[in-house]
Design a protein around this ligand. Structure first.
Ligand code: PMP
Ligand code: GLU
Length: 397
């Protein structure tokens, strides 16, 4: 008997986390797996941020914080939005959560009613459609292949909007493709949204600082739609703080209040210690962010070059984040004599078993012809992984 809720039954487990767990299991058994499945910086949290966390414990910042986060942290986030993005927000518009993931989910839960449609450009981050389903909404996908650099066009957006559309979820720089929308491309999307006054944008900007094309552009900069943009960001990627679990929404006051109300019944304010560390991240020197970005940029160049040398893979040049999203469908129907590859998940399993490199099939990202590799790992690992992948793929006939 299945006694679980329909809500849980219709959810899929996170494919990125599942593949990472499988890779850790194999590693524990002594298999020399290179894990390129999960997207998290391989750097340690910078010293001054760790020290702020330690100081927070010593100074007894160990009690409940206000549900939307400490006022000083929300103020630091407003300063960040002003200085880096030229956007004016008040602390009451900021809600700090347990990571960007909770922030995206909080935003969706705050605005989506049963039956509402939420536009999710594909390829998408695995959790977006699942969160929409959790909110009893309907994800509506807009496909965008490698030939359009995985970015949707204004015409596609216009065609996808119906009277039931509640929101668009935009992720730039993108997980899983690394694509970055330029200011002009964002302006063109904003022009469409301007005509549809009840449509919100949930703008996931968690990879803001991992961009190889200069200054980050937020869709919130366009005044005409500004009141309908919910920005999601956080410290996980920019400051190598994935385990600290701090993200935020910056939203119109009503939406921010709603996110906080939900959080007040569900999780309360996030970890007091992590909040103090996040405040140090936002207020301290940004040198560490630039150093990590430079390392990711070098690795991006390396992995693109090596992947383009492997026959059968089609590779675009990602402009941000730390993912490569090659097209691998030329291998579908091929076999090494033992296994035949039919799908991108088969392809990722083949690479795990044969090359001992953990990647994630594009099926989970709404792009069944591609697969995702995270290059947030050492240059040595990248070189070795691409060598192994090249050898494994050469066996497929
Ligand atoms: N959005 C995207 C696109 C992500 O890749 C991630 C990373 N998991 C998140 C949100 C959530 O980040 P966090 O670890 O802060 O929850
Ligand atoms: N953003 C990372 C990824 O996509 C973390 C994993 C997750 O939260 O799903 O791999």
């Amino acid at each position: 008997m299945n006694c679980l809720s329909e809500r849980v039954n219709r959810l899929h487990p996170s494919a990125t986390l599942a593949m990472s767990a499988r890779s850790a299991e194999l590693k524990a058994q002594g298999v020399p797996v290179i894990n390129m499945s999960v997207g998290e910086p391989d750097f340690n949290t910078p010293e001054h941020i760790k020290e702020a966390g330690i100081k927070a414990i010593s100074e007894n910042w160990t009690r409940y914080s206000p549900v939307p986060g400490y006022p000083s942290l929300r103020e630091a986030i407003c300063n960040k939005l002003k200085n880096e993005n030229e956007l004016s927000f008040k602390p009451e518009q900021i809600v700090v959560s347990n990571g960007g993931k909770q922030s995206v989910c909080g935003a969706i839960m705050a605005i989506v009613n049963s039956g509402d449609e939420v536009i999710v450009p594909a390829p998408y981050w695995v959790s977006y459609p699942e969160m929409v389903l959790m909110a009893d909404g309907t994800p509506v996908f807009i496909p965008s292949g490698i030939e359009q650099d995985f970015k949707i066009t204004p015409a596609q957006l216009e065609a996808a909007i119906t009277p039931k559309t509640k929101a668009l979820i935009l992720c730039s720089p993108s997980n899983p493709t690394g694509s970055v929308y330029s200011r002009e491309e964002l302006r063109a999307l904003a022009e469409v949204l301007k005509r549809h006054e009840s449509v919100f944008v949930i703008s996931d900007e968690i990879y803001e600082h991992i961009s190889y094309v200069g200054h980050h552009e937020s869709i919130a900069q366009f005044e005409e739609i500004r009141e309908r943009v919910i920005i999601v960001n956080g410290v996980s990627k920019a400051y190598a703080m994935t385990g600290w679990r701090i993200g935020f929404v910056a939203a119109p006051v009503d939406v921010a209040k709603a996110v906080s109300k939900l959080q007040g019944q569900y999780t309360s304010g996030p970890s007091s210690i992590s909040q103090k560390a996040a405040e140090a991240a936002y207020r301290g020197s940004q040198q560490c962010v630039e150093e990590m970005r430079e390392a990711f940029s070098r690795r991006r160049d390396l992995i693109v070059k090596l992947a383009r040398e492997i026959p059968g893979l089609e590779v675009n040049e990602p402009q941000g984040a730390f993912y490569l999203f090659p097209k691998c469908s030329s291998f579908f129907g091929k076999s090494d004599g033992k296994r035949t590859i039919f799908t991108s998940t088969d392809f990722a399993m083949y690479l795990l078993e044969e090359a001992h490199v953990a990647c994630v099939g594009g099926d989970s990202f709404g792009a069944p012809e591609c697969f995702r590799m995270s290059y947030a790992t050492s240059d040595e690992n990248i070189v070795e992984a691409m060598r192994r992948i090249g050898d494994a793929l050469a066996k497929l006939k």
